[in-house]
Design a protein around this ligand. Structure first.
Ligand code: AMP
Length: 209
C-alpha cells in the first residue's frame, strides 16, 4: 500500500524541494513547501510575511506557532501530502502528530561541505519555481530557466554568510527529528549525493513499498 502522508527531512540543499516536486507530479499527492509559502507571503507583504522575513533573512527558523498554523489549515482536508521543510523542530513534529499520522519520513543525507557547495550554486526560476544548480544542472544561459524561459535568481538566504547559519540551525533544531521518526518506526534514509534521477527512483520505491 503506497504511503500517502510523507515528510522529507535533510539539510538545506539536500534536494528536498526538487524531489518533493517530482514525487508530487508522479503520485498526485499535495506538495507543500513551507519555505515556498513563506517566500510568497514575504513577496506579497502580508502580516505573516513581514513577521517571517527577518528570521528568513538571517537563516533562522520562523517561530513554531506561525508555521504550525500555516500548515494545519493547508493539510486539514487533503487525503495525502508530501511535506518539504516541515516539520523543522520537535514541537512542529508533535503538532503534526496531533493532527495526522505520518506514514513515511525520508531523510535525505548530505555532508556540510556539499551543502555549502550546492547552495552557493543554486538558482530558482522566478516564473515556474524550477530549481537549477549551476554545478550539475546548468542551463545554457545561467540567468534563464531551461523549462520556461523565466528569469533565474539566487535566493537571499543562499548567500555564503547565511548558509553557514542555516546549516547550524539545521543541526541543532531539525536533525533531532531523525530520531523522532526512527522511534516511531517510519524513518527511511537515502543518500542525497547520488544525483537527482537516482534519488527520485529510490524515493519512489520507498513511497510505493
Ligand atoms: P526552505 O526553502 O525550506 O529552505 O526555507 C527557507 C526559510 O524559511 C528557512 O530558512 C526558515 O527561515 C523558513 N522556514 C521554512 N520552513 C520552516 C519551518 N518549518 N519552520 C520554521 N521556519 C521555516
Amino acid at each position: 500500500m503506497p504511503s500517502r502522508r510523507i515528510v522529507l527531512l535533510g539539510p538545506p540543499g539536500a534536494g528536498k524541494g526538487t524531489q518533493a516536486k517530482l514525487i508530487a507530479e508522479k503520485t498526485g499527492l499535495l506538495h507543500l513547501s513551507t519555505g515556498d509559502v513563506l517566500r510568497d507571503e514575504v513577496a506579497r507583504g502580508t502580516g505573516l510575511g513581514r513577521k517571517a522575513k527577518e528570521y528568513m533573512d538571517r537563516g533562522d527558523l520562523v517561530p513554531d506557532r506561525l508555521v504550525i498554523d500555516m500548515v494545519s489549515g493547508r493539510i486539514a482536508a487533503v487525503g495525502g501530502f508530501i511535506l518539504d521543510g516541515f516539520p523543522r523542530t520537535v514541537p512542529q513534529a508533535e503538532a503534526l502528530a496531533a493532527t495526522t499520522a505520518v506514514e513515511l519520513a525520508i531523510n535525505i543525507t548530505l555532508g556540510k561541505d556539499e551543502v555549502v557547495r550546492r547552495l552557493s550554486a543554486r538558482r530558482v526560476c522566478r516564473r515556474c519555481g524550477r530549481i537549477h544548480n549551476l554545478l550539475f544542472d546548468r542551463p545554457e544561459d545561467p540567468s534563464v530557466c531551461s523549462s520556461c524561459g523565466g528569469e533565474l535568481f539566487q535566493r537571499d538566504d543562499d548567500r555564503a554568510e547565511v548558509i553557514e547559519n542555516r546549516y547550524d540551525v539545521y543541526t541543532v533544531a531539525t536533525a533531532p527529528l531523525v530520531d523522532f521518526y526512527r522511534r516511531r518506526g517510519v524513518l527511511r534514509e537515502v543518500d542525497g549525493s547520488i544525483g537527482r534521477d537516482g534519488l527520485c527512483a529510490r524515493i519512489l520505491e520507498l513511497v510505493s513499498a
